[in-house]
Design a protein around this ligand. Structure first.
Ligand SMILES: *Cc1c(COP(=O)(O)O)cnc(C)c1O
Length: 413
């Protein structure tokens, strides 16, 4: 579809079945927030919820809130709620800990299911914390495990009978490229390997069908497209068929069969709570529920359609208006292969991103030369796509990004 004027996009906004969701979020005046893939915007109701958990549940309820406010069971109650967003059953998900910590637990569990094998397949160009986490785990296990790094184009070939498990991210953090979860999982199972998936850039951005793909374990952030809030506890999925049959290394009383019997020895509970360790960041879990509840009211197919359309339009407009300034598309051109983000490479990407921030367009830079724009369909409008490109063009045409203040790298890019 060709967009020739802002009014073309305003028409799409008027017909957008998701348009009403934007009013449920706080978005600073004048800001076009294209970074919901790093930290989702704040749902207005989250502020109320945070106040309630601190001033009422904590201040007045004190320890009693473990029972009366449901604090103790939040990881499972929220897991049950979030499950349909990723194609899981209610009893297969908990919300707990950070994504990386959950990855440590599920990869350890997956590796032990094939005790005679010593290879794990991962995508080398993936968000590096996943590599770091697994490298740390393998070092700790000290059993001669190695990581076989593969990329999208040789992933299936890398999965052979030496492989104990694969640990792959569904949507690539830099390019937005979607990997074929069903095909890769099927290949893993065909050679007897367990399949672990990271859904950080797909959960809440597109339909995900963990059980349809027969996935064994999965993790996902809730603070990106699910709008759970900064550092909100992550999703952990363990397929029901493995319950009671795996082990995980971060055993604690929350995963004990009878935590309040205070037995001397560890005895795991035989359901998904076996993936828990200890007391959770309760205020953070509470605000995460708000983001989940909003997501549950939205139609995932509509989210995906809007996401594909917005990213198509963004690519078209950037290439039309900013192509002469050296913006090269890094993301797949085919929307079916692309998540809810668009990356362009540009040698001056960092100062351009900084200059865009000053013009109210929040996007981010990923080394070495990626400018990354995330489109969260619940609160980004089609007209925002036009306006973002307009401001980008302006910065490029006027050379604003060349100013000295934009050249210095901040700690977080
Ligand atoms: C965002 C992201 C993470 C974040 O992990 P934390 O433990 O929450 O810091 C991990 N993996 C991938 C692929 C991500 O995109």
């Amino acid at each position: 579809m060709a967009a020739k004027a802002r009014t073309d996009l305003e028409v799409l906004d008027q017909a957008d079945p998701l348009a009403g969701f934007r009013n449920e979020f706080f978005l600073p005046e004048g800001v076009i927030y294209l970074n919901g893939n790093s930290l989702g915007a704040m749902p207005l109701a989250a502020a109320e919820r945070a106040k309630r958990v601190v001033e009422h549940e904590w201040a007045e309820g004190l320890i009693g809130s473990m029972n009366t406010a449901g604090w103790y069971t939040l990881p499972s109650t929220l897991g049950r709620k979030i499950a349909p967003i990723v194609g899981a059953k209610a009893n297969e998900v908990v919300l707990t800990d950070a994504t990386g910590i959950n990855l440590y637990k599920v990869v350890a569990a997956a590796l032990k299911m094939q005790p005679d094998r010593r290879v794990i397949v991962m995508e080398g160009s993936n968000f590096p914390t996943n590599n770091y986490t697994v490298q740390g785990l393998l070092e700790q296990l000290d059993k001669g495990y190695t990581i076989r790094f593969a990329e999208a184009d040789n992933m299936l070939d890398a999965i052979d009978e030496d492989v104990a498990a694969i640990c792959i991210t569904h949507v690539h953090y830099k390019t937005g490229h979607i990997l074929d979860m069903a095909a890769i999982t099927a290949k893993a199972h065909a050679v007897g390997a367990a399949a672990v998936w990271d859904l950080c850039h797909s959960a809440g951005a597109m339909p995900v069908d963990l059980n349809g793909c027969n996935v064994d374990f999965a993790v996902a952030c809730t603070y990106k497209y699910i709008n759970g809030g900064p550092g909100a506890p992550a999703l952990l999925f363990a397929a029901e068929r493995h319950h009671g049959k795996y082990t995980q290394p971060l055993t604690g009383w929350y995963s004990h069969a009878a935590p309040f019997d205070f037995e001397r020895d560890y005895r795991p509970v035989a359901d998904v709570r076996q993936m828990l360790t200890g007391t959770q960041p309760t205020a953070s879990l509470s605000t995460a529920e708000i983001g989940i509840d909003i997501m549950l009211r939205a139609d995932m197919q509509q989210i995906r359609e809007k996401s594909m359309r917005m990213t198509d339009l963004f690519i078209e407009l950037v290439e039309q208006r900013c192509g002469e300034f050296g913006f090269e598309l890094v993301s797949p051109r085919d929307a079916n292969l692309r998540g809810s983000q668009v990356s362009f490479s540009n040698d001056d990407g960092y100062p351009i991103v900084r200059a865009l921030h000053d013009r109210g367009v929040i996007c981010d830079f990923r080394a070495p030369a990626n400018v990354r724009f995330g489109f969260a369909p619940l609160y980004i409008r089609y007209a925002d796509v036009w306006d973002a490109v307009d401001r980008l063009y302006d910065i490029l045409a006027n050379g604003t990004w060349k100013e000295a203040q934009y050249q210095v790298r901040a700690a977080v890019t």
